[in-house]
Design a protein around this ligand. Structure first.
Ligand code: SF4
Length: 535
């Protein structure tokens, strides 16, 4: 997880990605790396076998993340690399940080933070053993859990293992979850099955070379692809979010263009959610006469025009021509363009919304609008988190159940939202993948005890998570963000999300009128040092 103040939203920001970089931090003997200050010229940080260096990165500046990783492993041997591409160097507010050549912490704009610090990369090679309190018990739990995943040769786990997140490309659009045509259309009317099938997970799977997974994950939802049709000898499988953004959102059924764009964005280190939504915004502005062909550098930006879309993505990455107007996402772009273009800018506090409709997952409305990291689909939210085993009593974790009536609006739903946010912020801080919650029961407390030796309870974990969420909230408020008065774009409004949020605030011990954590809440959570900052 990368965390800091988001240059995109001005709020607390965090962003997750998988791969092998995170565990290497621990192998280097650290729990986190804090970057302060700014270099005069391009630099990279190297932590190799207890030696810590800040090295010159002039030769790396301008390279994409794959080239950067290759250059650094040539020089230093097998190291884990997190770097920025051209988008981060260009301080694009929708750029991210990439490890394992294509795993991107894409949200919150942290590529721009590294770019502004002239920090091209961090490389790690640790030699420390990670202490485990009870290795035998841990191995037994891991073996049993992994067997449940590995033995499954039908059903959802199997489909997910085979197709990864792209498994959702078709049915999620048809069910109403995937936003279509910049959140203004429907699958039935604008992007029906015949088009969706051309970008389905099954179609994408035809190009798979091999599956891969993040550190010690049995699910292995990633894949390396080869797509000779567009000259890609080795590329990564486009995720659902990328396919939705550059497919359904743009009415684009040209799969080859999606492979191309996915590779371009990964290499340049730009968030495909924000980039795709920005392209959708631009197309809608063009189609409605707000911007002309002269202003698009001659591009005919009609829905589904994939050659023009590819050219536009390159311009955004390089801040070239109209790309410079668009490189900081839709909020900044609509402010620059004016002429009523803001009605096509789908974002929350500057961050483009994830590809899960807040009309479909109702709780997503309040989460998109008011979470300290606004616009995010991976921040905990009740309806999304309960799409898997968590919906049932003790279904995901022994000892964790939601109030029976959580599906209906009211007190029990607000209580459930608090519990989900609490447990899930704890899981985030443990570095667990969100897909852990999708399929089968997880022996959470037993594994925690085996690893760190703590006899922690579910209630304690929920409270830790509430403390984390309250700190995220307090940070955002302290930075002057008026959370409660934020509004979602009309197209993303399903229910009365403000009423939803107020119920949740009460349960969290926050003032429902402004979202401020109450002083007694801060004291109860043992973070009373925050009181001075907020009051
Ligand atoms: S399920 Fe999660 S941890 Fe496993 S490979 Fe996929 S993203 Fe990585």
């Amino acid at each position: 997880m990368v965390a800091g103040k988001s240059p995109l939203t001005g709020t607390w920001g965090d962003s997750n990605c998988g791969g092998y970089f995170g565990p290497e931090i621990k192998k280097c003997g650290f729990d986190a790396i804090l970057i302060k200050g700014k270099a005069n010229g391009p630099k990279y940080v190297a932590i190799i076998d207890d030696e810590k260096l800040i090295l010159d990165a002039t030769d790396l500046w301008g390279l994409d993340v794959v080239q950067t990783e290759e250059r650094l492993t040539e020089k230093h041997g097998k190291v884990q690399v997190a770097s920025i591409g051209q988008a981060g160097e260009n301080i694009s507010l929708i750029s991210g940080i990439v490890n394992d050549k294509a795993r991107i912490a894409g949200r919150s704009g942290f590529g721009a933070v590294m770019g502004s610090k002239k920090l091209k990369a961090i490389i790690l090679k640790g030699n420390r053993k990670i202490p485990i309190a009870d290795k035998e018990t841990l191995n037994n739990h891991a073996k049993e859990y992994n067997q449940g995943i590995n033995d499954n040769t039908s059903g959802m786990i199997y489909i997910f293992k085979t197709l990864g997140t792209s498994a959702g490309n078709t049915f999620m659009a048809q069910s109403g979850d995937t936003p279509i045509k910049n959140w203004g259309g429907t699958s039935k009317q604008d992007f029906p099955g015949v088009k969706l099938n051309k970008i389905s997970g099954m179609e994408i799977d035809k190009y798979k070379q091999k599956a891969y997974g993040c550190f010690s994950c049995p699910t292995r939802c990633g894949a390396i692809m080869k797509v000779p049709e567009v000259g890609l000898e080795e590329t990564h499988r486009p995720e659902y979010e990328t396919c939705a953004n550059f497919g359904s959102m743009l009415l684009n059924d040209d799969l080859m263009s999606i492979f191309t764009i996915n590779d371009l964005c990964n290499r340049a280190g730009i968030d495909t959610i924000s980039a795709g939504t920005t392209v959708a915004f631009t197309i809608e502005c063009y189609e409605n006469g707000i911007i002309s062909k002269d202003e698009t550098d001659g591009l005919e930006l009609n829905w589904g025009n994939s050659p023009a879309i590819i050219k536009l993505v390159k311009k955004i990455i390089n801040r070239e021509g109209i790309g410079d107007v668009l490189a900081d996402g839709v909020k900044v772009a609509s402010e620059k363009i004016g002429k009523g273009s803001d009605k096509y800018a789908i974002h929350s506090m500057g961050q483009e919304l994830g590809m899960h409709s807040s009309k479909f997952y109702k709780s997503m409305g309040a989460t998109f609008a008011f979470d300290p990291t606004p616009g995010r689909h991976t921040t905990p939210t009740l309806d999304f988190s309960t799409a898997g085993p968590m919906a049932k009593p003790n279904g995901l974790f022994e000892g964790f159940s939601l109030p029976e009536g959580f599906k209906k609006s009211g007190d029990e739903r607000s209580e459930a939202e608090k519990l989900v946010v609490g447990i899930w912020q704890s899981l985030n801080s443990l570095g667990l993948c969100e897909f852990m919650g999708s399929f089968q029961k997880y022996p959470l407390l037993q594994i925690m005890k085996a690893v760190v030796g703590w006899n922690i309870t579910i209630d304690e974990l929920v409270k830790i998570g509430i403390r984390i969420q309250t700190l995220r909230q307090a940070f955002t408020l302290r930075e002057g963000i008026d959370i409660i008065n934020n509004k979602l774009p009309e197209r993303a409004v399903g229910i009365d999300y403000l009423a939803d949020y107020k119920g949740y605030c009460k349960k969290m011990g926050w003032n429902p009128e402004n979202g401020y954590p109450l002083e007694e809440t801060l004291t109860d959570l043992n973070i009373d040092f925050v009181i001075e900052d907020l009051y």
